[in-house]
Design a protein. Structure first.
Length: 367
């Protein structure tokens, strides 16, 4: 499992002791906080839920948290809470794997014609070499082949350089699951004892802001909201990072608009947001959220966004709602971008690191 650097908390939180008094005053401002109450923030309203006294980490989290000698002062190396895809990936096969139909099945699952031909040919070749003939042997062979092709060295979240706060921009078309992804990611981080600030920079849709505010409550994380509909998204992004710095948060996650009507306008807007953020912090991730149920349309959407945004990784949502999971493989191969996270349900915990082995196992499992 990946290990990431975050702030030491509680009795070991050395960073808070060295903060200026004005920053400590901001941290103590609990409950509903307006922009006018916070130094340096004058055009966004901020909503933060009161939280109960800090709970002791569970035994599982305590076992996962590993303070290392190599970590910079005030930081600790930790693992994120373990989550599994479980049965969230639909199988491509019924009672038996039919080698004569394998290529067609892979094409129908959106692996792409060329890839389907390659995989089918390689499975047949390996089956001949190994003498694999039973259904179980063929499923294992296919699973291992898919796993090998899906593994990448850059699939970890960029949370290890210790330059806090880490900043994530989340991009994608409206309806792909951006807001839900942000809420699930924030809850996951919160479960790992991270402090997160959310930014509602999709300012053109009041519904998007309200939806993110609902997820922020579920994730027990503060949110920076625009003062009015249509406010400058870059201002909200700037204020989100500013709040993360002032409150010694580990990470800021910023929602962005998902309009694709005009690539130039989208590029200009994302560029402005990036410049506003980088005045205060480095951008650690630009995560592109893709709806797996869109099949080949997901590919065209992904290509459009990678042309205008410096995407670092892909989040696949709604994998449980499609039998065309091969689009995940096709996206990673054609765009040369790692699948980093996956969503497989509507509940707040239906979210996990992408595991090539779990994914491949789900595709070849018996229905």
């Amino acid at each position: 499992m990946f290990k990431f650097l975050k702030r030491l908390r509680g009795e070991k939180d050395l960073s808070v002791e060295s903060e200026p008094q004005e920053k400590l005053a901001v941290k103590e401002a609990a409950g509903n906080v307006t922009a006018s109450e916070l130094p340096g923030i004058d055009s966004a309203s901020i909503h933060e839920e009161k939280t109960q006294e800090a709970e002791q980490p569970s035994q599982a989290l305590a076992a996962a948290a590993l303070v290392t000698a190599q970590a910079p002062s005030g930081l600790e190396a930790v693992e994120l809470p373990s989550r599994s895809l479980g049965k969230g990936v639909r199988s491509l096969f019924g009672d038996a794997v039919d080698m004569d139909e394998l290529e067609d099945i892979l094409i129908l699952a959106d692996f792409g014609v060329e890839t389907a031909e390659e995989i089918a040919a390689q499975v047949k070749k390996e089956a001949g070499k190994q003498g694999a003939t039973t259904d179980a042997e063929l499923r294992l062979l296919l699973k291992d082949l898919l796993t090998e092709r899906l593994i990448r060295k850059d699939s970890s979240l960029n949370l290890e350089d210790g330059k806090l706060p880490y900043v994530f921009l989340v991009v994608g078309v409206n309806g792909a699951g951006k807001t839900t992804t942000i809420g699930k990611l924030a809850r996951w981080l919160k479960d790992g004892q991270w402090e997160v600030v959310l930014g509602a920079a999709d300012t053109y849709r009041a519904a998007a802001v309200d939806q993110l505010a609902t997820w922020a409550e579920r994730a027990e994380s503060p949110i920076v909201r625009p003062a009015k509909e249509g406010a400058d998204p870059a201002a909200v992004a700037y204020q989100t990072v500013e709040m993360a710095i002032n409150t010694a948060a580990d990470i800021a996650i910023i929602d962005t608009a998902g309009r694709l009507q005009n690539k130039k306008d989208l590029m200009d807007e994302l560029g402005k947001i990036r410049r506003a953020v980088e005045k205060q912090a480095k951008i650690s991730e630009v995560l592109l959220v893709i709806d797996a149920t869109n099949g080949q349309n997901a590919m065209s959407q992904a290509k459009a966004f990678t042309e205008v945004a410096d995407v670092t990784g892909i989040v696949m949502t709604k994998l449980d709602g499609t039998a065309k999971g091969g689009i995940l493989y096709a996206l990673q191969k054609e765009l040369n971008l790692p699948i980093k996270l996956v969503g497989v349900g509507e509940q707040i915990n239906d979210f996990a690191f992408f595991s090539p082995e779990e994914f491949a196992k789900g595709l070849v499992a018996k229905k």
